[in-house]
Design a protein. Structure first.
Lengths: 436, 151
């Protein structure tokens, strides 16, 4: 398969093209016989952008119960009272104005529970201004509250409150089942976390916004395997920017299809290959949920990936077999990892083979060591240990002893160490031929 | 304007559909579906880069169809249906057809259209690093598939 170009060119010309004219006629027929030019006109003012939701998107639903309760409360009690106070007439009902749907904060007349309900209603209906009025949290600033409101509105987030007040006034224990377009799409039912919620002076001081981290992680793995991970690194743990909902909604259908045919061995292969290819975002996401750490050049996993990249490492995963001890949400696989790099090529050595176990968490799409002992790359690291050791012996024989120590080659796989190996590859190869 | 635009884009879109689509799906059907979905949302001429957007849509549709068809074929195999309807191709083409649509698409853009990785990545909505990694993975898989087929 040396000539990909010829094969692909042949493939691109397969079949009998119907031609643009016939295709346009078909489209016009399907679009109710309307000529395309009219279709375009009819849709003027609805310019499509990348952020537009797909037609399958679940319509945004609003949680109106508490807001309605507040509105009724204001309509029935507060407005008549004000009317009476200012007009002195005895029958204000007939003249009562329609109650506005967005009322000014009336914290002093709301019970603590109503404050919680109003705050939740504001966030999950996307009313960011009202949400900022009602939440004053130590772990989220106003901007984060606004983000949360925008995200929840876009993803169709809905939260049910089940609160009971504890012995201390204003302190509640609330169970908060939560669902959104993603959980609905996979029929996931959330029984809800229980969190401590604190209300002081009419504002919410402590509140835990529920997240379905495993779903966000699995969506990330899907996007990584599709080569579309960029930007998603901020969408795994909340608070989520609004654009996360755009990515998630646009990918909803294809993610569902993908998760139904998910093969654990394919996940292992992807995790290992993306690691050695230096695709940091993908590799870190599927290995330790730390894609955002790819910005850190001094980070050990990032340095290791750069080391492998400089050495031109190539891996393939083969012969994965199911090991015992798996469960519904995790598979234990034993796989062969074939590894080669510039050193093995320089001395004509075949790829080294490491047989090792991986645990695949299919619910999150993340690969770990067995028994959740950490990321897969922290133990039984696939590489050619014999060649790595031989370079140590070569270096310590005096040729590049100081540089070897300075680059930290003895204990770490650093980019400096890889550079040192590459700079001395020919000398080392000659040394290896006579000393191996 | 939409007609002219579609006419001018058609050859490129059809080639992409032929490369990325499953062999039991007509490339023209894939192009039609992509255009219809896009037109339902708004005029194609309003898009910043209509060719990239439509190519991306075609590859996404092809990926979805591949998964659906894969399940259908598995089900048919279990029922011992005759698989004669599945067209056969020379082994070297089969090796490419076994690749996922996105991998085929990136290889096509890089190898045939001679597109730089950065541009191909943009066309398919991925990073340059991911595009390069995906193309390498595709080449490697195609080589292995061919070796297996060649015994």
């Amino acid at each position: 398969m040396a000539d990909f170009e010829t094969k692909l060119r042949w493939l691109s010309e397969r079949g009998d093209p119907v031609g643009a004219e016939e295709l346009i006629e078909r489209i016009e027929a399907d679009l109710a016989g309307v000529p395309l030019v009219v279709v375009a006109k009819r849709r003027e003012g609805r310019a499509m952008t990348k952020t537009q939701q797909p037609p399958t998107a679940t319509p945004r639903k609003r949680y109106r119960g508490p807001a309605l309760a507040v509105a009724i409360f204001v309509a029935v009690l507060v407005l008549p009272a004000l009317y009476l106070a200012f007009s002195g007439e005895s029958d204000p009902v007939a003249d009562t104005q329609p109650t506005p749907t967005t009322v000014a904060p009336e914290a002093e007349i709301m019970t603590d529970l109503e404050v919680i309900e109003a705050g939740v209603a504001a966030v999950y209906s996307g009313d960011a201004d009202r949400a900022v009025e009602l939440f004053d949290l130590s772990d989220r600033d106003d901007e984060a509250i606004r983000q949360e409101a925008a995200y929840q509105a876009a993803i169709g987030g809905q939260l049910t409150l089940n609160c009971r007040e504890l012995d201390t006034p204003g302190v509640f224990s609330c169970r908060t089942p939560y669902h959104n377009a993603m959980t609905d799409a996979i029929h996931h039912r959330d029984s809800g976390d229980t969190n401590r919620v604190v209300v002081e002076d009419g504002v919410i001081r402590a509140f835990g916004f529920p997240e379905h981290t495993f779903i966000a992680l699995q969506m990330g793995t899907f996007l990584a395997m599709e080569g579309r991970y960029e930007g998603y690194e901020n969408c795994v743990f909340g608070p989520f920017p609004e654009f996360c909902a755009t990515i998630q909604m646009e990918s909803l259908d294809s993610w569902i299809e993908w998760r139904q045919s998910l093969e654990p061995a394919a996940l292992v292969e992807f995790a290992v290959e993306s690691w050695y290819e230096g695709d940091c975002m993908s590799a870190r996401h599927v290995s330790d949920f730390a894609a955002s750490d790819c910005q850190l050049s001094a980070d050990t996993p990032n340095q290791t990936m750069e080391y492998e990249s400089i050495l031109g490492a190539e891996v393939s995963v083969d012969g994965c077999e199911e090991a015992t001890g798996g469960s519904l949400e995790q598979s234990r696989l034993t796989c062969e990892v074939h590894y080669s790099n510039a050193m093995s090529i320089a001395v004509g050595k075949p790829p080294s083979v490491t047989v090792r176990e991986f645990t695949v968490y299919t619910n999150t799409g993340v690969i770990h060591l067995p028994d959740d002992r950490g990321p897969w790359y922290t133990f039984e690291y696939p590489e050619d240990t014999e060649l790595r050791e031989s370079f140590r012996l070569f270096a310590e024989a005096g040729a590049v002893q100081d540089e070897f120590a300075e680059a930290g080659c003895a204990n770490l796989r650093t980019p400096e160490c890889a550079d040192l190996i590459m700079d001395n590859l020919d000398d080392w190869a000659a040394w290896y031929e006579t000393n191996s | 304007m939409e007609r002219e635009l579609i006419t001018s884009l058609y050859p490129s879109l059809r080639r992409m559909a032929a490369v990325a689509g499953s062999v039991d799906v007509e490339p023209d059907d894939l192009v039609q579906e992509a255009l219809m979905r896009t037109l339902r949302k708004g005029p194609i001429s309003d898009l910043d880069n209509p060719l990239a957007f439509l190519r991306k849509t075609i590859v996404n549709l092809a990926s979805n169809q591949r998964r659906s068809l894969g399940r259908k074929r598995k089900a048919l195999a279990l029922l011992s249906f005759d698989e004669g309807w599945w067209p056969s191709y020379p082994a070297d083409i089969e090796a490419i057809l076994d690749l996922p649509p996105r991998q085929r698409a990136i290889l096509y853009l890089v190898e045939v259209e001679d597109m730089p990785y950065a541009e191909a990545a943009e066309q398919l909505g991925m990073t340059t690093v991911a595009a390069r990694a995906m193309a390498n993975r595709a080449r490697k898989r195609a080589r292995i598939a061919l070796e297996v087929a060649g015994g």
